[in-house]
Structures are given as C-alpha cells and as structure tokens.
Write a protein that binds this ligand. Structure first.
Ligand code: 3PY
Ligand code: MG
Length: 248
C-alpha cells in the first residue's frame, strides 16, 4: 500500500541509516532482510538478474515491514525509471551520473509534470494501489520519493558541486568499485589515490549540502563511516550474507 517514505523521514530527523542489497531476486530473502530491521532494502536491477516481476514479489514480501524499499535501476534511462516507479518502489538509486545535465535528466524522469517527464497511468499500476490511492499519490509522490544518484567516475567527482545543486536530488552515493575502475585501479580497494579521491568526493557532497551514501567496505567500522559524514551505508547483501554463512 502507498505510504509515507520512512527513510526520508528518518534522514529529516537527522538519523543515519543502514541498507541491504537484494540481489537474489528472492521474496523470502527480502522478507528476512525486512524482519532484520534494515532501514532500507535495495532491489538491485543493475547488477543482479531480476526483472520487474521479481521486484514486485520482493516488494510484496516487504509490504508489512517498515523497511523502505528502493531500487537500483539498470541505467539513467527514463523508460526503466518510469517502470520501476510504477512497480511501487519508494526511491531509486540511479547509477553512473556524471554531469549536472545527467542529474537533471535523472530527476526529471522521476517526477510527474510539470516538475518532470514521468508518464502517468494512475488506474493501472501497483504504485498507485491500482488506482485506489490516486488522489493522495498524485498530491504527494513527487515529494515522497527518495532520489539517489551514484558518483562513480573521476569526472563525476569533479562535477559534484554542480550535481549536488540540482533540485530534487536527495542523496549522492559514491560507488567505489566503478570509481576504482575509472581510475585504472579496479579491485584495489585500499589504493591510497582512490582513498584520496573518495575523501575529496565526501567533502564535496557535504559542501553541496546533500546527504551522502556508499557501500560498506570490508573491515570498515560503520560508526567511523557515519562519523566521517556518510548518512547511508549499504553494508550488506543477501547474496554475501548467504555466501559468508554457507562458507562458515
Ligand atoms: C560501485 O562501487 O561501483 C557501486 O556501484 C556500489 O554498489
Ligand atoms: Mg557501480
């Protein structure tokens, strides 16, 4: 059922948040993650093999949980974004946003006109409770969504001041893996130059007045990450939890 975005309220209250990726395309895994008490669960369509129907199964599994459900879409593409929003996700992580122009396009894809270009099918889609919530949905959804843009190239880091200034962006999210690849250092998570670029990105996001997110790093202490300025850490994944549990 359409509801207030708890994650957005959580940050408005000045709190930090923990997230878990859903990469198994499994409603059972999603339900377990929701019951564990994560602030948000992120259905990953960029790197996991699911589709919109597996996403909807996971949304249904999480509907009784206070955990806010986001989706990381495949690409900064208004067609994917429209379909993800119609499925009823409460926010999006949009990968590989490198310029203010791309950031404006990402936000526009999320919002109904006149603020944006999102197409509307109010009686047909799950997000609107198949038409039942249409009045409240139309009135509130542009403000209720939580929009996260990923910073994962050197040029995106350079452009953070302009990207952060784009109206409607809620959070910038550093993707250290693709950033390391862009720097020719893929897989070298402890590279000092990568650490320096990430530190520069953290300061730029904070200076730009936006919330800041990233993934958890092996061996990193969450409290220290929060103290360094991160507001959201996606520090777990259903796949990794199962792999590590199985290996143990
Ligand atoms: C990256 O590190 O590239 C990400 O996209 C984070 O998940
Ligand atoms: Mg990435």
């Amino acid at each position: 059922m359409y509801r207030e975005n708890r994650l957005k309220q959580h940050f408005a209250d000045g709190r930090k948040a923990l997230g878990c990726w859903l990469q198994m395309c499994s409603p059972l895994a999603a339900e377990i993650v929701g019951q564990a008490g994560f602030d948000c669960a992120i259905i990953d369509i960029e790197h996991a093999p699911g589709d919109l129907l597996t996403a909807i199964s996971q949304l249904q599994a999480l509907s009784a949980s206070p955990t806010t459900v986001l989706m990381r879409v495949q690409w900064n593409d208004p067609v994917y974004i429209k379909r993800a929003l119609d499925a009823g996700v409460e926010g999006l992580i949009i990968p590989y946003v490198n310029t203010a122009e791309e950031a404006r396009a990402a936000v526009a894809a999320c919002l109904y006109p006149p603020a944006g270009i999102r197409g509307a099918a109010l009686a047909a889609v799950r997000a609107v409770d198949y038409g039942k919530a249409r009045t409240e949905y139309v009135r509130t959804i542009n403000d209720n969504l939580f929009i996260i843009l990923q910073i994962e190239t050197l040029s995106a880091v350079d452009n953070i001041p302009e990207i952060a200034a784009v109206e409607g962006v809620d959070m910038l999210f550093i993707g250290p893996t693709d950033l390391s690849a862009d720097m020719g250092r893929l897989g070298r998570a402890d590279d000092p130059e990568l650490a320096a670029v990430i530190a520069r990105a953290v300061s730029a996001v904070k200076d730009g007045g936006r919330l800041l997110g990233t993934i958890g790093y092996a061996g990193e202490n969450l409290e220290e990450m929060f103290a360094r300025g991160y507001d959201l850490v996606i520090g777990a994944s259903d796949v990794v939890l199962l792999r590590e549990g199985a290996a143990a």
